[in-house]
Write a protein that binds this ligand. Structure first.
Ligand code: ATP
Ligand code: NCN
Length: 197
């Protein structure tokens, strides 16, 4: 069966932490592709300030040079709150032949017990969890059925978040090299996050 990684997020904006996490998961679990999937309305945090279309454009700009990485707009197309369990059901109905791996940072691993329909979701995907500065990944604290569905991958720790990037831009500070150049150029062209070149 073809092994596919799914990297879901608000991507407001996409940054190096997301890309390194996806690449680490791809390499360590021999995934054929990783699909980058911007959420429409995130289940557990404030809605993105930037439109879905623009977040998708930034994702495309970030991954354009890598044929193993693909954009997936299924949650933007569906609209509403982007519960992962609904998305995975939809993907499985379109591609019943895939083995799905959902890639998440440590903050989200610790939060898994609160995910909508986690009992069903844990039976449909494996999660690949990555350490992230500021969130200690504690598998032992999770219920056994969730522990069994989580695989761990190693990546160089990267203390970058979308909120850091947004606040730096608002303060007129540089975010170059925290996002790939094509994303930086897109943000300037579109005047996102109050950026000025
Ligand atoms: N630096 C990082 N290292 C590892 N994983 C990360 C990193 N940044 C984000 N992730 C993971 O990527 C996924 C999508 O993250 P998201 O798009 O919400 O970015 P974020 O940087 O966490 O955003 P924000 O700062 O706005 O909350 C989540 O599973 C998150 O844990
Ligand atoms: O389905 C849920 O209940 C759920 C709860 C928290 C996060 N998620 C998904 O996990 C991914 C990362 O979430 P976030 O909030 O860090 O962007 C994104 O695809 C979210 O839709 C999903």
């Amino acid at each position: 069966m073809k092994k596919i990684g799914i990297m879901g997020g608000a991507f407001d904006p996409i940054h190096l932490g997301h890309l390194l996490a996806a690449e680490a998961a791809r390499e360590q679990y021999h995934l054929e592709e990783v699909w980058f999937m911007p959420s429409h309305i995130p289940p557990h945090k404030h809605q993105a300030g930037v439109s879905g279309e623009q977040r998708l454009e930034m994702v495309k700009a970030a991954i354009q040079s890598n044929t193993d990485f693909k954009p997936l707009d299924i949650e933007l197309q569906r609209g509403g709150v982007s519960y992962t369990v609904d998305t995975i059901r939809e993907i499985r109905s379109i591609h019943p032949d895939l083995e799905l791996y959902f890639i998440i940072g440590a903050d989200m691993v610790n939060y898994l017990p609160k995910w909508e329909g986690i009992e069903d979701l844990a039976g449909m995907v494996r999660f690949i969890g990555l350490q992230r500065p500021g969130s200690f990944l504690e598998l032992d604290a999770l219920p056994p059925f969730i522990q069994e569905s989580v695989l761990l991958a190693e990546m160089p720790l990267v203390d970058i978040s979308s909120s850091l990037i947004r606040s730096r831009l608002l303060a007129g500070q540089s975010v170059r090299y925290m996002v790939p150049d094509p994303v930086y150029e897109y943000m300037i062209r579109s005047g996102l996050y109050g950026i000025h070149a």
